[in-house]
Design a protein. Sequence first.
Length: 258
Amino acid sequence: MNRVQRKLAAVGKAPLLGASMCRYDPDFVELAAILGYHAVWVDMEHSPVSYREAADLCRLAYAFDMVSMVRIPNADRDHVLHGMECGPDIIDVPMANSPDVARALVEHGRYAPQGNRGYFGALRSTRFGTLGDPAVTHERTNEDVCLMIQIETIQAVEQARELCQVPGIDAILIGPGDLSVTMGITGQLDHPALFAAADRAVAAAQEAGKLIATTGPIPLLSEWVKRDIDLYFIANDLACLRTALERAIVEARAVLQS
């Protein structure tokens, strides 16, 4: 049982609620924890967050009993290995458009015999070598980490069953934004066709016993709950900042015009 599954068991119901981050901001993680968020997503695909910064954010999430997820740019060995050494609970790979991407994540993200991850026992991901026997360390690390792939194109949806059947993959994240783009309904996250495509991915994941995550606006949460998802990201640091700034200046202008 990985840490995401243990968190689900501790909370007692799904989905876990999370917030995503595009910046290195420890205060945001702490505030999210205080407010009751269950998970934090550190984005390294679209943002300039460094691996050192990602490791610090994962460490802080761990201290607050939050699930940490790091989205790396792709499944190349250097990204997977560096991401894993940050010690997150979830490593997430975007644009998993073929089973080869999923297999590469497993190959580089799990120690033998499940994969061929390189071993360096003095870093955070292996508890700085405090577990002693490397064999025990590898077994425990393999068990704890959740390897997640993103199904976010119509191509990936069409291969969802094959993607979910790759041994060593624990979870999928349905990316509605990019999926809407590839379907020609850009930004229409409530479109029936998008949910129909998502249902194909959900069915494949459930058949294979995988965890399911997604992200989207709060009004659509009820639709995703119907699909028995396990993790839903409802906020983003920059979006939260923009919303607060917009509200403040609108309210201030209203006062000045009154």
